[in-house]
Design a protein around this ligand. Structure first.
Ligand code: HEM
Ligand SMILES: [Cu+2]
Length: 646
């Protein structure tokens, strides 16, 4: 052969990359895949499934609360429902949902071919799935966790809660914590090493900042709750006295350990979601985000401050006044970085050319809810007010404005926004707008009245209330609102199903967005980019329009100029700050081991729960076996680094 046509060269390079990266067909491939896009979509679907389950539990509670003195649910069933609802939403929906976005998007946004540790990535998904199933296993038996999502002792000690309910909770959270920690470590290393050349830290999308910050926090926070849960389980089953006053233990220790974890966790549930808004909202304002650097810094600052405010959940526990004042002040200060982000979004909208698409509606709706939730949070940061409001429906209103407002609305907006990239098809705009308005009106009707019922003195976590409290009609309004919200979620699912089947083809970049994930096809090929992109600015696809620099990013199938890396499963490794390429990273192939490791772990935890020694032993042996195989070096795989010579 003498000369090769350029386009033929591109086609054959693509074919070669496909052969290297493609997952095997059939069940084995399905269980063994380590592709971050598949794992990301699995995370999104599983987390959404848990949102629906948690939502159904919420509707059951709302039916019980619709009128005074109803007897539809027993007090015991109500306890299990609100505990499972809180636990599901906090642990099985909110964070995994955001992990799903980041898993899918990070390598595409960063211009890489996968996460740093693809097998760990698969492991974190499987462990999440099995831990979720574990947490639900006792639900059909009427033995589900029943001590609230923060499981305060001594309520949850064996003495007052003798079933297996709280053992499921304690072991389930330790189990799930493994997934969170593994996933967080993976995000951090991915950020440090797996980016396109030129993707320096000042060019990262804000979603990346959000997930990075949340991951770092999780690494520090999750061990506190895993430890607390292990201690609770030991207290319950082996008679230790960590939290037992009679044995010299300290119930308040639980609250400290839980909230040292819990408050940062709440920020981990919102910072990546705020990142979604910071990245996607400007696309519909046709301009870059105002104040990128300030928003990035405030993301990190929120988290650092977030570690210093846990005692605001314990104002009513009789701590010394000095410490109350400190934590109260810190809780006021933490509002500052959030306010900066809000100003940045408002300024972006103010100075932009607006396009009123469905994602835009979700993001602006979110800003309104964020402000309301922020104000009610600011109110409870004051010790005097908190003493009045704690354990009332005012707190239920606040926490839902924060969690649903800052998590669910950006998430659903983000799903509308990236659906075309993931599926290759557009979602229906008309149905999308209906979805938004139904959810928005339903949400406010459900939760705004709770501020009032709370101020009127309705306590939280009660299964019913007397008619003479005068909160009956407000509760009815909340219940109706909750059902309207549920209809909105249902409309969203219909839209997804319909659009998957017959949505208009999306093309590479249907919203004309600026970041790298829109440079490749929709859906992207397994290897993401045939040529590793070279990034010259924060908005690679808007460079010609913004004209900020002379330099241009190099993206596309410029096979001869760029790095193709088709000698094996490879991607480029860069220096942490400036993203100078310095190594070729050899990526591991698909493997069933992560799945097997999670299966062994599941056996181990069930053994612990049922206190069946042989099952524990079997699980442990299985774990060691799989780990030994996992750690056996393969000749051409693992993260063997090869120096670049150019
Ligand atoms: C349609 C949507 C929702 C409705 C109608 C709803 C309703 C409720 C109700 C009735 C309670 C029990 C209040 C009590 O008795 O004290 C509750 C508690 C709670 N909800 Fe929701 N909720 C919804 C969505 C969410 C979401 C999306 C999250 C988190 C991301 C969430 C997090 C929580 C938490 C943490 C609790 C406290 C549980 C506890 O006291 O241990 N909820 N919700
Ligand atoms: Cu807090």
């Amino acid at each position: 052969m003498t000369t090769v046509q350029p386009n033929m060269e591109v086609t054959s390079t693509r074919q070669k990359l496909l052969d290297i990266w493609e997952t095997a067909p059939g069940l084995y491939g399905w269980l063994a895949t380590v592709d971050h896009k598949t794992i990301g979509i699995r995370y999104l679907c599983t987390a959404f499934f848990f949102l629906v389950i948690g939502g159904i539990e919420a509707l059951a509670m709302r039916v019980q609360l619709a009128q005074p003195d109803l007897k539809i649910l027993s007090p015991d069933a109500y306890n299990q429902l609100f505990s499972m609802h809180g636990t599901t939403m906090m642990f099985l929906y909110a964070l995994p949902m955001l992990s799903g976005f980041s898993n899918y998007l990070w390598p595409l946004m960063l211009g890489s071919r996968d996460m740093a540790f693809p097998r760990l990535n698969a492991l974190s998904y499987w462990v999440f799935l099995f831990a979720g199933i574990f947490l639900y296993i006792s639900f059909p038996l009427g033995q589900a966790p029943n001590g609230g999502w923060f499981a305060y002792v001594p309520n949850t000690s064996l003495e007052y809660d003798p079933g297996i309910n709280m053992d499921v909770f304690a072991l389930g959270l330790v189990f799930l914590g493994i997934s969170t920690v593994v996933g967080s470590a993976n995000f951090i290393v991915t950020l440090l090493r797996c980016r396109a050349p030129g993707m320096s830290v000042n060019r990262l999308p804000i979603l990346v900042w959000g997930t990075l910050t949340a991951s770092a926090a999780n690494l520090l926070a999750v061990p506190a709750v895993s430890l607390a849960c292990a201690m609770l389980w030991l207290d319950r089953r082996y008679g230790t006295h960590f939290f037992d006053v009679k044995g010299g233990g300290q119930p308040l220790l639980w609250q400290h350990l839980f909230w040292i974890f819990g408050h940062p966790w709440v920020y981990a549930l919102v910072l990546p979601a705020m990142g979604i808004v910071s990245d996607a909202l400007p696309v519909f304002c046709r301009r870059p985000l105002v104040g990128y650097t300030l928003v990035a810094i405030s993301t990190v600052a929120t988290m650092i401050l977030g570690f210093g405010v846990w005692v605001h959940h314990m104002f009513a526990t009789g701590l010394p006044v000095m410490s109350l004042s400190f934590f109260s002040a810190a809780s006021f200060i933490i509002a500052i970085p959030s306010a900066i982000a809000v100003f940045a979004w408002i300024a972006t909208i103010w100075t932009g050319k607006l396009q009123f698409t469905t994602p835009f509606l979700f993001f602006t709706g979110f800003i309104m809810l964020f402000v309301i939730g922020g104000v009610s949070g600011f109110m409870t940061a004051s010790v005097a007010l908190d003493w009045q409001l704690t354990d009332t429906y005012f707190i239920v209103a606040h926490l839902h404005y924060v969690l649903l407002g800052i998590n669910v609305f950006p998430v659903v907006g983000g799903l509308h926004f990236w659906f075309p990239k993931m599926s290759g098809r557009m979602m229906d705009e008309r149905l999308g707008k209906w979805t938004f308005w139904t959810m928005f009106i339903g949400f406010n009707a459900a939760f705004f009245p709770m501020h009032v019922t709370g101020l009127m003195g309705m306590p939280r976590r009660i299964y019913t209330y007397p008619a003479d409290m005068g909160v009956g009609w407000l509760n009815m309004l909340s219940t109706l609102g909750a059902f309207v919200f549920a209809v909105g979620v249902f409309l969203f699912l219909i839209n997804v199903a319909k659009s998957l089947k017959s949505g208009a083809p999306a093309g590479d970049n249907p919203w004309d967005a600026p970041t790298l994930e829109w440079a490749t096809t929709s859906p992207p090929p397994v290897y993401n980019f045939a040529t590793i992109p070279q990034v010259a600015s924060r908005y690679p696809l808007w460079e010609d329009r913004l004209k900020e620099t002379e330099e241009r990013s190099i993206i596309g199938d410029a096979v001869r100029d760029g790095m193709v890396l088709d000698k094996g499963k490879e991607t480029i490794g860069v220096t942490p700050l400036d993203a100078e390429p310095n190594v070729v990273l050899k990526m591991p192939g698909d493997s069933i081991l992560p799945f097997l490791l999670s299966v062994g772990m599941t056996g181990l935890f069930f053994g612990l729960l049922a206190q069946v020694i042989w099952l524990v032993a079997l699980g442990a042996v299985c774990e060691f076996g799989v780990l030994a195989l996992w750690l056996t070096p393969e000749p051409h795989a693992a993260l063997e680094e090869v120096e670049i010579h150019d």
